[in-house]
Design a protein around this ligand. Structure first.
Ligand SMILES: Cc1cc2nc3c(=O)[nH]c(=O)nc-3n(C[C@H](O)[C@H](O)[C@H](O)COP(=O)(O)OP(=O)(O)OC[C@H]3O[C@@H](n4cnc5c(N)ncnc54)[C@H](O)[C@@H]3O)c2cc1C
Length: 407
């Protein structure tokens, strides 16, 4: 039987196949560093975490101490001073092993990114610094029981009053629920105007009176990731916890989503690589009809299709990352990157189970886990249906066609 950590092909083999022609030497070193950390610290306990389903506090703390959480944040606030491109490299390498290291980090980045972009120097010092150092975890809270894709119609309200706001409402599906020390919350501050001008963003701390974790969710995958429902009841928020100006929430959210979708796409690329690599070993070692199964045409062509999807997904992801790093709007590119890579990851991980045959379906190996974990990326951060609308609108805008009115 192939041991769990033998499933992954070695770095040299990997690099021979997926030639890296775009990264700098520093980026190649970062990739090697992230891969080494994930293989040494995460891989040996990935199976245990999957079975026990407990949030891996130690692993998360170690990854923070090693500086990975600070990858896309400035040095002056405790980060590594690197880029979205670099963050994608780390995300891809962590995701190659599984979801439990990359997901809390990515969700924390999503809650931190708006503070970097819209925070005052005081807010950055107070919140961004411990987040970039990996000493605290953040969460981004958009989705509600009655409002998923249609974020503009959110029901959570922050009523302006003396010295600040009173927050009431419920958010669900929040990744890092219960482990986050900073919650980036979007709420309506003015019902009289449309939500594009009436939504604001806030920094909420779980110690605040009126904050409650109502429920933790269980999923088909993501065992070990914490996600659930948060309730705000007459939570008094001081004015200094408003992020950006009142009414700027929708703009802040749209800006964050380009980053979020690009990082999510990098996660899907990592999943595809992990599943692909596990198949390479298996195809060589598994013998049927007197030959290794790699010699059968379907297996050969499927490995080629997998490699094509990984290559194409990487190119789309790193293009979106490059645009974000240049400060160029990347709503179409990030949407396309997430649509393509998450759909491709679903196909690649399903084919990987098939190449492994009955063993692919066993939970003794990570193949079925990859398949279950791949699914969420088609849903989170805007479903792939909504992202087709986002990309389609931008395609029409760029070529001068009038987009259809949203439903
Ligand atoms: C594991 C997990 C982690 C998550 N993490 C977070 C998080 O950290 N923070 C956060 O705020 N949210 C999070 N989410 C929520 C996620 O972003 C939403 O689930 C997603 O946006 C879809 O919303 P919904 O589930 O309410 O589906 P709905 O909006 O109810 O959609 C249901 C279906 O209808 C389709 N649909 C809806 N409108 C249209 C339309 N106009 N045209 C075509 N099809 C349409 C959708 O594509 C979907 O297939 C997470 C979700 C999951 C499952």
């Amino acid at each position: 039987m192939v041991s769990y950590d033998e499933l992954f092909i070695r770095k040299e083999q990997n690099d021979k196949l997926f030639l890296d022609v775009f990264s700098t030497l520093e980026q190649q070193k970062l990739r090697a560093e992230a891969r080494e950390f994930a293989e040494k610290e995460y891989l040996p306990i990935a199976d245990k975490i999957e079975k026990e389903g407990k949030f891996p506090h130690d692993l998360i703390r170690k990854s923070g101490q090693r500086g990975f959480w600070g990858t896309p944040f400035p040095r002056e606030y405790g980060g590594r001073g690197l880029t979205t491109w670099d963050a994608c490299i780390v995300q891809e390498e962590f995701s190659r092993i599984g979801a439990v290291l990359c997901t809390p980090m990515a969700a924390s980045w999503f809650g931190t990114f708006p503070i970097l972009k819209a925070g005052t120097p005081e807010q950055k010092k107070k919140y961004l610094t411990p987040l970039a150092r990996g000493e605290k975890i953040a969460a981004i809270t958009i989705t509600e029981p009655n409002v998923g894709s249609d974020t503009a119609r959110m029901e959570t309200v922050a009523t302006p009053g003396e010295g600040g706001y009173v927050l009431n409402g419920k958010k669900r599906f929040i990744t890092n629920t219960g482990v986050a020390g900073v919650y980036l919350v979007f709420a309506i501050t003015d019902r009289k105007v449309d939500p594009y001008r009436g939504m604001s963003a806030f920094i909420v701390e779980p110690e605040m009176k009126g904050f409650e974790v109502e429920e933790l969710y269980k999923f088909m995958g993501w065992n070990g990731v914490q996600n659930g429902v948060i309730k705000f009841t007459n939570l008094r928020l001081p004015r200094e916890n408003l992020l950006g100006r009142e009414g700027e929430g929708f703009k802040i959210l749209m800006n964050e989503l380009d980053f979020e979708r690009t990082i999510a796409a990098a996660g899907s690329v990592g999943q595809m690589r992990g599943a692909f690599e596990a198949c390479v070993q298996r195809a060589e070692r598994r013998v049927q009809f007197g030959r290794p199964i790699k010699d059968f045409e379907w297996v050969h062509f499927t490995l080629a299709d997998m490699a094509a999807k990984i290559e194409a997904g990487s190119l789309l992801t790193y293009k979106a990352a490059r645009l974000i790093d240049q400060g160029t709007q990347a709503n179409m590119e990030s949407a396309i990157a997430k649509i393509f890579t998450s759909d491709a990851a679903m196909e690649v991980t399903t084919d990987a189970v098939q190449i492994w045959g009955g063993d692919g379906y066993r939970n003794a190996y990570p193949l079925e886990r990859y398949m279950r974990d791949a699914k969420i990326v088609q849903i989170g951060g805007g479903t792939n249906q909504i992202l087709r609308m986002v990309a389609g609108r931008e395609v029409y805008r760029r070529i001068g066609l009038k987009a259809p009115k949203p439903a």
